[in-house]
Design a protein around this ligand. Sequence first.
Ligand SMILES: Nc1ncnc2c1ncn2[C@@H]1O[C@H](COP(=O)(O)OP(=O)(O)OP(=O)(O)O)[C@@H](O)[C@H]1O
Ligand SMILES: [Mg+2]
Length: 236
Amino acid sequence: MPDALLDLNGLSAGYGETSVLENVNIGVALGEAVAVLGRNGVGKSTLLMSLLGLTTMHGGTLHYRGEDISAWPAWRRARAGLALVPQEREIFRSLTVEENLVVSAMPGNWTLERVYELFPRLEERNRNLGHQLSGGEQQMLAIGRALIGNPKVILFDEPFEGLAPVIVDQLVDAFWKLRADQGIGVVLVEQHADLALEPTDRALVLDRGREVWAGLSRDLAADGALLGTLVGLESA
Ligand SMILES: Nc1ncnc2c1ncn2[C@@H]1O[C@H](COP(=O)(O)OP(=O)(O)OP(=O)(O)O)[C@@H](O)[C@H]1O
Ligand SMILES: [Mg+2]
């Protein structure tokens, strides 16, 4: 894959001695989005943490733009262009919206103006403090903060979780727009197959730390019976 950004091979990882993931593989190319599906506790967040260098790797390799970064510490991976939109959002609650964005800014295509273009709601609320935002606005801010750091790969950990359907629609719309940026790769962790499969190219399904299916998102979306049997995935 000449345009390979991330290439994870045979990953076994966990926390200290504890093993959570066994022989997991995932690849992300430039301009590509990959969904990671699976129920609660199967290891989806642990997979993202492993890409970021925040777990204990027991086996396997991780290449980033052709280079083996398996032994790189988390700070080095972040500096090289891996970014997370965390499940808990983790914005700075006592900073304003604009301050949250500005402190994360790095040179590149994604500027304050472009983030505000993607999320006009953030511009309207730019002087509000993080803790004054609704859940949906916090999620927009968490995404905007990742984008303005101009990463090469963005890892989304259940970005639509716990939000009203109308907000989910807005976020899915924004997700499609940011996918137009062909200079980045995306990993989208989700529990809802409908939400995850439509805006992604490829998918990986995990069950109890193991890969149970990998292939094209559209193939999985077209096979309701398969989806049902895999892990009884819910539809949104
Ligand atoms: N920091 C940690 N230390 C030890 N074990 C952990 C830690 N974080 C998660 N685990 C364990 O790893 C397993 C996988 O958890 P993980 O958070 O990766 O699942 P998940 O698929 O993201 O679930 P959810 O959909 O609920 O977010 C669970 O058994 C969990 O208890
Ligand atoms: Mg999780």
